[in-house]
Design a protein around this ligand. Structure first.
Ligand SMILES: *[C@@H]1O[C@H](CO)[C@@H](O)[C@H](O)[C@H]1NC(C)=O
Length: 638
């Protein structure tokens, strides 16, 4: 194992004063006691490769620290830092950078701060927050002889980090030490919670059910009230009701899957919460001066502890806040109108594919031609065989299941006819069967299943959301299918509409059939279900193709230990499928039209609108015969 050892002594301006660990020439030596406490505390650290960074304020003698290092036999590496002199702030920020670098090289780091100077400890707490040293995986143990009330300025930093206070009392050779934990989200005046004591005789005793370095965020002990930023969205409906008792005479009720999720988290983590709405209803945008407005800004400035959202993951937001694991992963889809289940008037042509119709016509010409040629070459001509048209007529009669007019007395001709009869039998039977099923089973067209199909059909116009992130993406993209989509605007095949206009557009443009709407799946589901509620039928469909994935999560301040605690609960919630259950109970019709059948069977009489194709055939056929009649009359006269 590589043991990294790094030592940094910054500006040694050591003068006399109270040293926590006096050197051996002082009568009352506490060093052995300290070593034993440390041994016991560190033995509770479950990792075999933990490392320690010592930080002292210059009043602790270096030899004591070395003695400590010698005795403790720290497996994962040791760093020893000393900050002394005039301007501790500047040195502290430097030292914290070094500790962070050391932390990257080692694992399971504990920072051990030894000082009896309240100003030094307070400065350290502040700088370690600023320097992002106190993330949850780094433990902090502050060893001191100060009293709790003198250490009050540490409350903010210690309550939100994995920190413990170890306070020594060595009055008249009676050594005793107490260990304290600052509870998260506790009021400023709240006292730290004593979790353990140590005396030379009794050793280490835990005073509560908590371990040393307890995971105080996994379940809050005192049910703190957290502020949570929240705003209206499809997952989070806010209903304002009149209530005389409430301030302002109004009260807001939160409904939907996200409020259900909040209640679930609050119960799991033992906290209560108050919703705060952002000014102007902004979600979170970065201004040109670098500051953030909206809920993301509120979380960044730590005015609230949770941003409920759910927020779409983005790199820019992740720079200033921490996201939980995704609550939901959603995709964009295409919304189109479903075709009507009507019978096509030309449906009598559909039972056979165009190629089959062509093959039948070809056979009708080829077979009589072969018969005519063969018989005229090898056999003396009979009267009827001179007329080629008559032979074709004979074969056509068989196709239409009629008898043969002229006698066939040669065997090879009979074989030809028999084969043709067999073929026509199969053809006519399959035609009749297919026609029957076509009339009974109706197809509902859902043509636009992918972006490619929409792009390739010049008759359809796309509707995209104006002013959204995806709109900016479309206008900036250089190549690929989104470039093609953006270019469709030049042909007038893309229009931009705001979110508010969507409901109206769906009812007019999309319902007409020549427009499709591009939207996030959960939003489309809401439109489809609202339409189902109004009309009682599934008029719209969502494309099978999904694109532009989106992840939704809650947010918290950077490095907040609340996020891992929330993650654990959110993961078990999504694994159990609870969120989708809440979605379903919120919009009971949301899944009714999901994958609605595109083939339905009907039992109804056929009307003229379904059959006029047949009459067109009769009329054109008879007109044609009339024309032929005229021609024949003309030729007879001549
Ligand atoms: C939750 O907080 C309350 C304080 O309001 C406390 O009495 C209770 O023990 C806590 N529950 C758990 C499981 O810690």
């Amino acid at each position: 194992m590589v043991v990294t050892s790094l030592m940094l002594l910054v500006a040694a301006g050591v003068s006399g004063g109270v040293a926590l660990f006096p050197t051996s020439d002082v009568k009352n030596d506490t060093t052995p006691a300290v070593v034993r406490v440390m041994e016991q505390v560190l033995s509770t650290v479950a990792y075999s490769d933990y490392s320690i960074s010592f930080l002292t304020d210059g009043f602790t003698s270096a030899s004591t620290v070395y003695k400590l290092v010698d005795q403790l036999r720290i497996p994962g590496g040791v760093g020893i830092f000393e900050v002394a002199g005039e301007r501790p702030e500047i040195q502290l920020s430097l030292v914290i950078d070094h500790i962070k670098r050391l932390r990257e090289l080692t694992s399971h780091t504990t920072v051990l701060v030894i000082s009896d100077d309240p100003a030094f400890l307070a400065a350290f707490a502040e700088w370690s927050l600023k320097g992002r040293l106190l993330v949850w995986s780094t433990r902090l143990l502050a060893v001191t002889r100060l009293t709790l009330s003198e250490l009050h300025p540490l409350h903010r930093a210690f309550s939100k980090s994995n920190a413990m206070l170890l306070i020594f009392k060595d009055e008249s050779a009676n050594i005793r030490c107490n260990m304290y934990v600052h509870l998260p989200y506790s009021p400023k005046e709240a006292k730290a919670l004593k979790v353990a004591t140590w005396t030379p005789r009794q050793g280490l005793t835990l005073t509560t059910h908590l371990q040393l370095f307890p995971n105080k965020f996994s379940k809050f002990l005192h049910r703190p009230t957290l502020l949570a930023a929240s705003e209206v969205n499809p997952f989070n409906k806010i209903i304002t009701i009149q209530d005389a008792k409430a301030p302002g005479g109004q009260r807001s009720i939160y409904k939907g899957p996200v409020p259900e999720l909040m209640a679930y988290l609050a119960k799991g983590l033992n906290f209560s919460y108050t919703y705060v709405r952002p000014p102007n209803g902004f979600w979170g945008a970065k201004l040109s001066n670098g500051s953030w407005v909206g809920m993301v800004g509120m979380v960044k400035r730590e005015e609230v502890s949770i941003g409920v959202g759910p927020f779409i993951f983005s790199g820019q937001r992740a720079e200033v806040v921490d996201f939980t694991v995704p609550i939901l992963i959603d995709y964009w889809r295409i919304l189109g109108v479903r075709g009507r289940p009507t019978v096509d008037p030309w449906s009598f042509l559909f039972p056979l594919a165009p190629l089959v119709w062509a093959a039948i016509l070809a056979a009708l010409v080829m077979l009589p031609a072969v018969v005519f040629l063969m018989s005229s070459c090898f056999f003396p001509k009979k009267e009827y065989q001179e007329n080629w048209i008559l032979v074709i007529f004979g074969y056509s009669r068989i196709l239409l299941q009629q008898d043969i007019l002229v006698p066939v007395d040669l065997w090879w001709e009979r074989v030809m006819l028999a084969v043709w009869m067999l073929t026509t039998l199969v053809l006519t039977r399959s035609y009749a069967g297919n026609l029957m099923s076509l009339l009974a089973v109706r197809h509902i067209l859902e043509p636009y299943q992918s972006r490619r199909v929409v792009l390739d059909d010049p008759s359809v116009t796309m509707i995209w959301e104006r002013g959204s992130a995806v709109g900016r993406y479309l206008s900036s993209v250089k190549s690929g299918i989104y470039r093609e989509i953006a270019e469709a605007e030049k042909e007038g095949r893309l229009i931009w509409r705001t979110h508010k206009q969507f409901a109206g557009d769906i009812d007019t443009l999309v319902r007409r059939g020549d427009h499709v709407l591009m939207e996030v799946d959960s939003g489309l589901k809401a439109y489809v279900s609202q339409d189902f509620g109004k009309t009682g039928e599934c008029s719209f469909y969502e494309s099978k193709e999904e694109f532009l994935p989106l992840m939704f999560g809650m947010i918290g301040p950077k490095d907040s230990p609340l996020i891992p605690a929330l993650n654990k609960r959110i993961t078990s919630m999504t694994e159990a499928g609870l969120f989708f259950q809440w979605l379903k109970t919120d919009e009971p019709n949301s899944t009714v039209c999901y994958r609605a059948p595109t083939k339905i069977t009907v039992k109804s009489t056929l009307s003229l609108t379904n059959t006029w194709g047949m009459f067109v055939v009769i009329v054109t056929g008879h007109t044609f015969s009339l024309l032929v009649l005229c021609l024949e009359l003309l030729s007879h006269q001549r």
